[in-house]
Design a protein around this ligand. Sequence first.
Ligand code: FO1
Length: 448
Amino acid sequence: MAGYRTRVDPRRIRRLRKGSPGEGPVVYWMSRDQRVRDNWALLYAQDVALAANRPLEVVFCLSRDFMGAPMRHYDFMLRGLTETAAELSKLNVSFRIPLGKPEEKLPLYAKERDPAVLVTDFSPLRHQKGWIESVYESLSCPIDQVDGHNVVPAWETSDKREYAARTIRPKLHRKFQEFLTPFPEMKRHPYGDRETDRVPSTEELRLDGSVLPVEGESPGSAAGELRLRSFIARGLSGYDRDRNDPNLDGTSGLSPYIHFGQISAQTVVREAFLADLPGSDAFVEEAMVRRELAENFCLYEPLYDRYKALPEWGRKALDNHRSDERPWLYGLSELEEAGTHDELWNAAQLSLLRKGRIHGYLRMYWGKMLLLWSPSPEEAFLRALYLNDRYALDGRDPNGYTGVAWCIGGLHDRPWPKRPVFGSVRSMALSGCARKFDVKRYIELFVP
Ligand code: FO1
């Protein structure tokens, strides 16, 4: 609770530091939620600025080497930010883009601007915590954090690590409808004269061009909203039936837009829930329960991207079968180049390389096979994270860390009957896929 009159539910706001207001504008340090519409952190920052008769400024610290992300991801992100910059400008809200490491640039920027209040959005990942700590020393103004990424604010859902969807689901279902509200509109800001920095191009940033942008992607809030509308109109009703068939375009494809915060997960969940179609429940389970379980895992497990964070029972099972014979063993480059004996797995890897996406059901098969074909479970874990973060448009996300931990070590899953190599970690096999969908047809999509 931050004490300012605001349209934003106070339970979404965490005061990180009381401090004393500066003389400058209210500053929203944008990172996770890179949009103007349906952005609780931005709405809150505007309410505080209106109450204090101050200008409103948004700052996005653009680091050219964020966790090794290649050009593919920056292209998606920067094209979305270009749209956001234009929308902020129309609202007479400044948009500043200091280039460099946020932990260095944000304190310098904040010192110069002397914010009345600094508003941040929410990420459970350690780099954002580090960035906030770095700015903590150099600021004396209040710092308020707003969770606009989750339907139910992560700290409101649970104050501890949840162990499965079945433990977090009732906590979310109890609260989500009171949080699943529509969003107020941003107002044209009456104070100050906005300054809008130009969003640099990928060329100017001299990025790692080894993973090129995905052809045919249209990033940004408007495209994300269009995709949501067409999914609600055409995909949602059959979602529960089609979602496990990679040959149909049955999933929403919204995860890169949600990862970069170009659209609001709350808006996605709300539209699907209100549509009240046969696929609504299954979709809300994915877009809210599973996704916010992932946020919960990363929030309360500091080692979310380390093998040792896998459940004890899973690591033990894999350890007991460490010396089982691997039917196939591949080096990282053979996997990366989709050069295995398994045409279905190769097709999934080609989908990742070319489209920056793997269909949800196949993503599990793709991850499970890495366990089978790697020299050790630890190596399989590292390879899954590396390939997912390097090629998947929604990489470097709590969903990805959680998905890899589910595949390799049974996070949020339970023990299954023992299998070689897997032990009691759930196994998957080509035969299982063939029972679910036309494998040959999928392969031909990628391997003519
Ligand atoms: N967030 C930032 O604030 N600054 C960046 O330069 C930045 C680059 C970036 C590149 C790839 C990618 O997948 C995400 C990136 N993000 C960046 C967003 C970041 O992952 C999240 O929005 C939050 O910072 C916390 O997860």
